[in-house]
Design a protein around this ligand. Sequence first.
Ligand code: ADP
Length: 450
Amino acid sequence: MGFWWRPLSVLAGVLLVALILWAGSGWVAALGFLAGVQAFVMLRRLWQEFRLARWLENPDEVEPPDATGTWGDIFYRLQKLQRRQKASRGQLTSALEQFEHAAMAVPDGMVILNRSEQIEWCNPASRTYMGLDCERDRGQFIRYLLRQAQFLDFLDAADYSRRLVCKSPVNRELILSLQLVPFGESQKLLVARDITDLERVDAMRRDFIANVSHELRTPLTVVGGFVETLADAPDLPAAESRHYFDLMLDHTRRMQHLLDDLLTLSRLESADHTLKDELVNVPELAQALKAEAESLSRGRHRVSLQCQSEACLKGSLQEIRSALGNLVSNAVRYTPEGGEITLAWRERNGEGVFSVIDTGEGIAAEHIPRLTERFYRVDRSRSRETGGTGLGLAIVKHVLTRHGARLEIQSVPGKGSTFSAVFPAQRLQLPGAQKSGTVIPFPEREQAVG
Ligand code: ADP
C-alpha cells in the first residue's frame, strides 16, 4: 500500500481540482487543466527516465539521481540493490583472490583443463613438476606438452580412481603421483604430488626386509640341515654329533646377535625412547672397553689406552657403551693377529673425542660414506666369519646422532683405520664443574642402568 498511496492521492487531488474547475468554469477549463497535468507528468517521467538511464550506464561513477515521490522511491530501491550487489561482488572477489593465493601456495602441482583438455589455469608448482607456465601455456593442449606414452594412456583411460606414478618430465630425480579429478561441466583438475621421499622410504623398507630375510635364511638353513642329519642318523659318533651341535650353536648365536641388533635399532628409532640424562664416567668406561677388547682378542693383538681427559659425558651410559663397544669389537674383528688397537679419549677444540685406532686391513675410500648404512659391508664373508651382523655402525650412527655427536672415519687400506666418536662441548662435564647428574661408573652400575 505504501507505494500506491502517494500516486492515488495525487490522482484524487487532480480529479478534485478538475471537478471544481468543471463546476466553476466549464468543461473546457477542466479538460485544459487535465491536459496540462498530463503534459507535466509526461515531461517529468521523461526527465527521470533520462536520469535513470544515465546513472545505469555507469552506476559506479555517476551519482545516483535524487528525486522525491514515486521516482525517489524507485531510485532509492535501485541504489540499495546496487549497494548490496557491490558488497557481494567485493566478497566474491576477495574469496576468489584468497582461493588463487591458496592454490598458488599449494605444494602440489595443479592444472585446470577444459573439456578439450586445454590448459585453463595452472599453479607455480606445476612448473617445478611438469614444466608448465600459466601465462605461456594457457589454451595449449596438455597432450602436446606432456607427451609421455604412459601419461597419454592415463588421460585416455579417464579412470578417476587411478593414480599414475611416473618420473617428472623436467627432473628425472622426482617421482610424481598424478591424479585427475573431474569437476564442473566436463572440466578436470590434474594434481601432481611429489612422492620421491615416500618412494625412497618404501624402497628402503623393501631392501630392509629382503636383507633381514637373507641374513636369517643362511643360519636357519644350516641349523635345519643339521637337525635333519642328526634325526636321520641317531647313531652318529659322539665327536661328529658334537661338531654338528657346535655349528648349530654358532648359527643360533648369529641369529640371536642379529635379532639383538635389530631390536636395539628399533628401540633407538622409536619416537618415545627418550635419551637418558646420566653422567657417564668416560675414563672408567674406556678402561672397561679396553678389558673387553683384550677378552675379544684373546691375546692376538696389543691393546692400549690413552686417556688424556678426565671429562665425563652427559647422556645414556647404555647407548654410549653400546656404540663405543661396537667400534672396539670391529677393530678386533678387522685387525689381523699381531696388530695394534689403541683406545683414546681426549678433548679437541672443546669437543670430546673417543677414538678407536687399529692397524688392521683398512677400508677403501669409496666405501667410507656408506659404512653406516644397514647391512653394508665391504667384505660380506669376512664380516660373517667374524660374527658381524652388518648393523654395528648403523647403531653407532644412531646413538651418536641422538647425543648430537658425529662419527669420523679415517682409513688407509692395508694400514689401518681410526673411528672417532666426536661429542659436542655441551655434552662434556669437566672435573670440578657443577655436576648435573650422578656419575655412573663402569661396569659396576651397568646392570642398574640397563
Ligand atoms: P659388521 O657387523 O659387518 O662388522 P658394521 O656395521 O659394524 O657391520 O661395519 C660395517 C662394515 O664396515 C664391516 O662389514 C666392515 O667391512 C667395515 N668395517 C667396520 N669397522 C672396520 C674396521 N675397524 N676396519 C676395517 N673395516 C671395518
